[in-house]
Design a binder for this molecule. Sequence first.
Ligand SMILES: Nc1ccn([C@@H]2O[C@H](COP(=O)(O)OP(=O)(O)OP(=O)(O)O)[C@@H](O)[C@H]2O)c(=O)n1
Ligand SMILES: C[C@](O)(CO)[C@H](O)COP(=O)(O)O
Length: 229
Amino acid sequence: MHLLIPAAGSGRRMGSDRNKLLLVVRSKPIIAWTLLAAEAASQISWIGIISQPLDWQDFQTILTQLKQSSPVELIPGGSTRQESVYNGLQALPDSAKEVLIHDGARCLATPDLFNSCAQAIQHCPGLIAAVPVKDTIKVVDENGIIQSTPDRRQLWAAQTPQGFDVKLLKQCHTEGVRQGWEVTDDAALFEKCGFPVRVVEGEETNLKLTTPQDLAIAEFILKTRLGEQ
Ligand SMILES: Nc1ccn([C@@H]2O[C@H](COP(=O)(O)OP(=O)(O)OP(=O)(O)O)[C@@H](O)[C@H]2O)c(=O)n1
Ligand SMILES: C[C@](O)(CO)[C@H](O)COP(=O)(O)O
């Protein structure tokens, strides 16, 4: 299975002055934890890291230290996640019929989650890992007044990996560019084009490291997993 890792962001919400994926958590850069999990997933045979050329030297150093056995390619990122994934899709080898896309910033996803998504994508054209929402969610207007309370049983928080038939996802991205759609994940493009996207049970710990608080939570989760004091 081919895996694309969008890793070309700037980390604005992290308050970082460089790509947040180079920040260190539990003695390793965030992107290194993501790569280690992907590499440990038996179903993943090729990895494309979509990143800004400015960061390539740092990424190369990390790759050399990790001694990855799967082939890894660096692909130039775009100015949004959507553009970055578009570039990643163009760089896939022709042999890639399905693809998994996983945010570099979700460094706590387990190899089991990669494997279960890789298996599930053989049986449907699109899927995402997601978890049921635990909070009561409110729809609020611009004056701070609640408009509605959606039924929580229908709400799921989207994660990655997200998996797709490559040909269809390419079509959806092209349509997105044509129509000027701006979306935060690939499933949204698939949905807008009318293709079905299945939900695969994600992981509560598969958080996206977005703010400084998330770094502390990730430290704690990794420490617990590694059985450290
Ligand atoms: N132009 C971009 C923007 C984001 N990403 C990637 O998409 C994932 C999810 O994005 P997010 O967590 O929002 O990352 P940033 O864009 O770095 O953060 P922020 O929005 O706070 O600036 C990350 O792995 C990020 O590196 C990307 O490949 N290309
Ligand atoms: C793809 C994603 O990780 C799903 O949760 C997410 O949408 C990435 O972008 P965001 O803007 O940080 O939500």
